[in-house]
Design a protein around this ligand. Structure first.
Ligand SMILES: Cc1ncc(COP(=O)(O)O)c(C=O)c1O
Length: 346
């Protein structure tokens, strides 16, 4: 479908796979062990801008340059799409490549699509095969990958005759531990469930996040936390917020305005296995300033440690979330498999 439209008007098309993540490559320091040493870098979402050789669209892996959308389609005109960000890790030993929670990502993509009345053009099996194809076309030994799966609305008008195409782009990622970050609380607010539900993972839902990041950059923060309409903690621009108070791991529930995070579910199960109390409850802004530990949690952020919120420094050590993060990393990389993490091998 994209192909057909592209044929009509190549000159006025827009590339589908532009990557809006951080580029920081500075301040490296080694932080891991187990023969899988990671390198901490300053930027939280340290993928860098990349232009891979291939993208998957219109049912096939095709040259990157051909992955274009027509200016008149709803995906461009109204920013109509839903998407997922998935992560694949080279497993310990380096011969297998495992994608984390593929089924859950497909299910969330389908839920986002349902909420925006976008038809899902592929079954789970077709989705899995498509992800395998793009990863195999692009992977390189030792480099993990972040895969963006997007349903772009390529035909239709205001909800009539809507047709979507599955587009996959994939980017290399070094084995970096997420860098510690200072975060600010944004003046921008997370939308509510009755405007654009945070449950819907759509590009349009990231416009406010973008404003918050621009605001944060001017204030010296690489990531920002958004409050909800009630002034309580919703989430960061690209991750959920996890804090520790008095030995309890706490996170706001999805009804406070956060994405239904797949990584948070993994963390919940890891906490259970480690006998660490995990509580979902509304979180006040000032709790961010007095927390014992804070992490940003998500597919790309993994479990990034937070050093400061606004002008409030956090304690220098984070024993509870260090333990959770180690268990997470060992599970996703197959060093010590954990029932909380389901991997699909490609
Ligand atoms: C706004 C937002 N919240 C939370 C998350 C974390 O979700 P997940 O753990 O499923 O990656 C993400 C990451 O995609 C996100 O973009």
């Amino acid at each position: 479908m994209i192909h057909r439209q592209m044929g009509r008007q190549v000159a006025s098309s827009t590339t589908v796979g532009s990557l809006q993540t951080g580029q920081g490559q500075e301040n490296e320091k080694e932080v891991r062990r187990n023969g899988m040493t990671q390198t901490a870098k300053k930027s939280l979402y340290a993928l860098g801008l990349q232009q891979p050789r291939f993208a998957y669209f219109n049912g096939e892996v095709r040259p990157w340059e051909e992955a274009t959308l027509h200016v008149s389609c709803e995906a461009v005109n109204r920013g109509l799409n839903v998407f997922e960000g998935l992560k694949g890790y080279w497993q310990a030993g380096g011969v297998e490549f495992g994608i984390v929670e593929l089924r859950r990502h497909y299910d969330r993509l389908s839920r986002s699509a349902r909420l925006l009345h976008i038809p899902v053009p592929v079954s789970y099996e077709e989705f899995r095969d498509a992800c395998s194809k793009i990863v195999r076309a692009l992977y390189e030994p030792g480099k993990d990958m972040w895969i963006r799966a997007t349903l772009f609305v390529v035909e239709g008008h205001w909800g009539e005759s809507t047709v979507a195409d599955l587009v996959l782009t994939a980017y290399h990622q070094a084995k970096d531990a997420p860098a510690p970050v200072a975060v600010g609380v944004s003046t921008w607010q997370r939308s509510s469930d009755i405007s654009l539900s945070p449950r819907i993972k759509s590009s349009t839902n990231y416009q406010v996040a973008r404003l918050a990041r621009i605001e944060g950059k001017k204030r010296g923060f690489s990531e920002m936390i958004l409050l909800n309409q009630q002034g309580r903690v919703a989430e960061a621009t690209g991750a959920c917020v996890l804090l520790v108070r008095d030995g309890c791991v706490i996170t706001p529930p999805a009804s406070e305005g956060r994405l239904e995070s797949i990584t948070l579910e993994i963390v919940r199960k890891i906490c259970h296995s480690l006998a660490i109390p995990f509580i979902e409850r509304p979180v006040d802004r000032t709790e961010l300033h007095i927390a014992d530990e804070i992490r940003l949690v998500g597919t790309l952020a993994e479990l990034a440690p937070v050093t400061r919120v606004d002008e409030y420094e956090l304690p220098p050590t984070s024993p509870l979330t260090d333990l959770i993060a180690e268990t997470f990393w060992d599970a996703v990389r197959g060093v010590t498999p954990h029932p909380a993490v389901e991997l699909t091998f490609v």
